[in-house]
Design a protein around this ligand. Structure first.
Ligand code: CUA
Length: 358
């Protein structure tokens, strides 16, 4: 018995050292691009150092016992009756309690540190919706600069206030080591300081429906002066853009939930993109004008299904949901906005004539 105990102890220690070393050598994470990354990665390493040896110890004892003390063929004796061992039981409750409590406190300290208010924090409102992210930069005067991609200045603290228009999503930027769920009805927050210029993915990390895997956009971390000129240009475009009734119809009836249209801040991919439609529509149906094609796609979506998309993807009841005037406004708007994908303020300045009468 004593020999078994020594054997299993030596085996467990050797295996623990080897497997813990391997787990620390493995490069688990993508590159670090925020000031949160170091602390999170260290926390992860500490979790490995504490948990891997325990896992290895337990598995070693289990496997060793199964092999060493298995019943030989023909041996049908029952084992010795075993009663409780108070000292052992206290130990195996006390040790994990202390370990888990200590780790929880440590993790809380790391999280608390990250959520500390920082001076000069920039605010970005994040809107989640099936199946795209939208980003809004509040401006003095109440308006917001909107963007389908996230642009951030390097080395400036940023706080994300996250809302969802529908279900639970999860806002995740792996290189920043931040992840925060979106919850219908409340605003959730997370913050960090981007520390490395580059392009990284903004990922939805919560199964949110059919298009979940396509809910992935980009964050561009840039030097402060480049960011300033980007937001400056967007701000000017915002001031120049007159209110657009067609965009209102587009948003009200949920078109943005499935389609991409830069002019309306829509970036979903369940249906065909509407950006650049003017260049491709006549390959789909050379007999129709752009306006007529757009109108047909709204009132009779099954008439011409774009290859690669589902025939039943577009609801067929918009002709009864929208008034005739709303459809006219929407067709007119889409014909203009889809010919120019470079955003508000740059849409064609001369509106083409409205679509043919029906
Ligand atoms: Cu949104 Cu998954």
């Amino acid at each position: 018995m004593r020999r078994s105990l020594i054997q299993v102890t030596v085996l467990a220690v050797v295996l623990s050292v080897i497997i813990t070393a391997i787990s620390l050598v493995i490069d688990w994470f993508p590159e670090q691009a925020s000031t949160s990354a170091d602390d999170v990665d260290l926390l992860y390493d500490v979790l490995l150092i504490v948990s891997v040896p325990i896992f290895v110890l337990v598995m070693t004892v289990v496997v060793y016992s199964v092999v060493r003390f298995r019943a030989r063929p023909g041996d049908d004796r029952d084992g010795d009756p075993i009663h409780g061992n108070a000292r052992l039981e206290i130990a195996w409750i006390a040790i994990p309690t202390v370990l888990v409590t200590a780790l929880a406190v440590y993790a809380w300290v790391v999280l608390d540190d990250q959520e500390d208010p920082r001076p000069d924090t920039m605010l970005v409102n994040v809107r989640a919706g099936q199946f795209a992210w939208r980003f809004e930069y509040p401006q003095p005067g109440g308006q917001s600069v909107r963007s389908n991609e996230l642009y951030l200045p390097k080395d400036r603290p940023v706080q994300f206030r996250i809302k969802t228009d529908d279900v639970v999503h999860s806002f995740w930027i792996p290189e920043f080591r931040i992840k925060q769920d979106t919850v219908p009805g409340i605003v959730t927050r997370t913050q960090t300081v981007p520390s490395r210029a580059g392009d990284y993915d903004v990922v939805c990390a919560e199964l949110c429906g059919l298009g979940h895997s396509t809910m992935r956009q980009q964050v561009h971390v840039m030097e402060g002066d480049r960011f300033a000129s980007w937001i400056g240009a967007r701000r000017q475009a915002l001031a120049a853009a007159a209110p657009e009734p067609g965009r209102q119809v587009f948003t009200t009836y949920g078109c943005a939930g499935c389609h991409t249209l830069e002019d309306a801040g829509a970036a979903a991919a369940t249906g065909p993109s509407l950006d650049g439609l003017a260049e491709v529509y006549d390959k789909r149906n050379p007999r129709l004008s752009l306006e007529a094609y757009v109108r047909q796609s709204i009132v009779d979506p099954k008439a011409l299904v774009v290859p690669g998309f589902r025939a039943d993807g577009m609801p067929a009841n918009y002709s009864s949901q929208l008034s005739r005037a709303e459809i006219d406004t929407l067709v007119d708007y889409l014909a203009r906005a889809s010919s120019s994908s470079s955003g508000p303020g740059t849409a064609a300045t001369v509106p083409p004539p409205a679509g043919p009468p029906r």
